[in-house]
Design a binder for this molecule. Structure first.
Ligand code: NDP
Length: 373
C-alpha cells in the first residue's frame, strides 16, 4: 500500500492486486505498537485498513484478485489474475511479502493470534513477565528468544536437534541469558489452550518421552518463505528465494521490475521497513514510468562531481545526455531539469547515491548556489 500511495501521488495510476490475504502478515498479528504515528498502537487489521483507504483516496486502483502467473520476458509485462484475466504492465512492483513457516499443527492454527505468533518483535510485548516458548534453533529463534527474555519471566527454546543452527555469536547470547532454557531434541506435538488462548505445549523428546510445559505464548521462528515463486523464472533470487535488488534501490535484474517489502528482505522484516521499501520502489518506478531514462521535467538526470579539469557525470537514474554543470566549490553540483515540486524525489535519490563520494553539506551548498533548492 505504501508503494501505491507514492505511485498515486506521482500520477502513475497504479493498479494494486491484493492477493489471497489482503494486507499480508500484518493481518495475522494482534496489536502493532512499533509503527510510528500511533501513540497507543493499532491493530494489524486496522493499520492495513487505513493504509488501503489512503492509497484509494489518492487514486490507486485497488482490486481484489491474486496474480496466478506472470510473463516478464518482455515489456509490457503480462500478468494473469485469478487464472483468467490478463493485464499488461509497463512497470511492476513485486510486494508479495513472505510467509512465516508454521509447524502445521491444527492446534497451532486454532490459537494463532491467541498466543501463537511468528513475530516476537510484534507480539512479545504482550507477554511481559510471562512464560513463553520459541520454536527453532536458527539466528531468528535465538534473536527472538533473547528479545523475549528481556520482557518475559522465562523463555523456553524448543530445538529439534542437539545443536543450534544459529551463528556462534547468537548462540553465545542465548547461553549468556539466564532466563532462557533450551529443550534439546524436542518436537511439538500440540499447542495446548483454553477459550482464552495458549496455556502450554506438549512436547516429545527424541527417545519417546512426552511432557507438557506451561506457557502463555508460543512463538514460531523456524524460518520464512518469500513469496517469489511466480517471478523467480525472470528475476534473480538468492538461495532462500528472496528477490535480489540492486544496492540500495528496489531494482531487480529485469528493467521495469522492482521489489519491495519482505519478498526482498530476509533480515529486518518489519512493517515500517517494508513500508519504507515500498516508498523506494514507487520512486524508482516513477522514474521509469515518466520516461524511462529520458530527461523529463522534474527528473534528476545526473550528478556531476570531481575537481579541476576532471568532471564525472554519475547518472543517478540511468539517464542519457545529462548536461554537465560547472562544479561549485570543486565538489558537486546536481543537474536538475527544474519543475517546481517534482525535483524533490530525485533529490533524495541523489543524496543517497552520492553520499559516499561527497560531503552532504557540500552537496547542499552546491545546490543552493545553483538555485536548485
Ligand atoms: P533458519 O533456516 O536458519 O533456521 C530455522 C531453524 O528452525 C533451524 O534451527 C531448524 O532446525 C528449525 N526448524 C525448521 N523447521 C522446523 C520444524 N518443522 N520443527 C522444528 N524446528 C524446525 O531460519 P532463520 O529464520 O533463523 O534464519 C534465516 C536466515 O536469516 C539465516 O541465514 C540467518 O542466518 C539469517 N538471520 C540473521 C540474523 C542476524 O544476523 N542477526 C537474524 C535472523 C536471521 P534445524 O537446524 O534442525 O534444521
Amino acid at each position: 500500500y505504501t508503494a501505491a500511495i507514492y505511485a498515486s501521488r506521482a500520477d502513475i495510476s497504479p493498479v494494486v492486486y491484493e492477493g489471497v490475504q489482503p494486507g499480508g502478515q500484518l493481518t495475522t498479528t494482534t496489536d502493532i505498537e512499533n509503527y510510528p504515528g500511533f501513540e497507543n498502537g493499532i491493530s494489524g487489521q486496522g493499520l492495513v485498513s487505513v493504509m488501503r483507504a489512503q492509497a484509494v483516496r489518492l487514486g490507486a486502483d485497488v482490486r481484489t484478485g491474486a496474480i496466478t502467473s506472470a510473463d516478464l520476458s518482455q515489456r509490457p509485462f503480462r500478468i494473469v489474475v485469478d487464472g483468467s484475466d490478463e493485464i499488461l504492465a509497463e512497470t511492476l512492483i513485486i510486494a508479495t511479502g513472505a510467509t512465516a513457516k508454521y509447524l502445521g499443527l491444527p492446534s497451532e492454527t486454532k490459537f494463532r493470534g491467541l498466543g501463537v505468533s511468528a513475530c516476537a518483535t510484534c507480539d512479545g510485548f504482550f507477554y511481559r513477565k510471562k512464560t513463553v516458548a520459541v520454536v527453532g534453533g536458527g539466528d531468528t529463534a535465538c534473536e527472538e528468544a533473547t528479545y523475549l527474555a528481556g520482557l518475559c519471566k522465562k523463555v523456553y527454546m524448543i530445538v529439534r536437534r542437539d545443536v543450534l543452527r544459529a551463528s556462534e555469536a547468537m548462540q553465545e547470547r542465548v547461553r549468556n541469558t539466564e532466563n532462557i532454557e533450551i529443550l534439546w531434541n524436542c518436537n511439538t506435538q500440540e499447542v495446548l489452550g483454553d477459550e482464552y488462548g495458549v496455556t502450554g505445549a506438549r512436547l516429545e523428546r527424541k527417545g519417546g518421552e512426552i511432557f507438557d510445559i506451561a506457557v502463555d505464548g508460543f512463538f514460531l521462528a523456524i524460518g520464512h518463505h518469500p513469496n517469489s515463486e511466480l517471478f523467480s523464472k525472470w528475476v534473480n533470487v538468492d538461495k532462500e528465494g528472496y528477490i535480489v535488488t540492486d544496492g540500495k534501490t528496489s531494482k531487480t535484474n529485469v528493467e521495469g521490475v522492482f521489489a519491495a517489502g519482505d519478498v526482498q528482505d530476509p533480515l529486518y522484516r518489519q512493517c515500517v521497513t517494508a513500508a519504507a521499501s515500498g516508498c523506494r520502489a514507487a520512486l524508482d518506478a516513477e522514474v521509469i514510468a515518466h520516461g524511462g531514462g529520458n530527461i523529463n521535467s522534474g527528473t534528476l538526470v545526473g550528478l556531476v562531481f570531481g575537481a579541476g579539469t576532471e568532471e564525472y557525470v554519475l547518472p543517478v537514474i540511468g539517464a542519457e545526455g545529462a548536461a554537465v554543470f560547472p562544479l561549485r566549490k570543486a565538489v558537486a553540483s546536481v543537474v536538475v531539469n527544474l519543475h517546481p515540486g517534482a525535483a524533490a524525489h530525485g533529490f533524495v535519490l541523489a543524496v543517497l547515491d552520492v553520499q559516499r563520494h561527497i560531503r552532504f553539506a557540500d552537496l547542499i551548498s552546491g545546490l543552493h548556489d545553483l538555485g536548485r533548492i
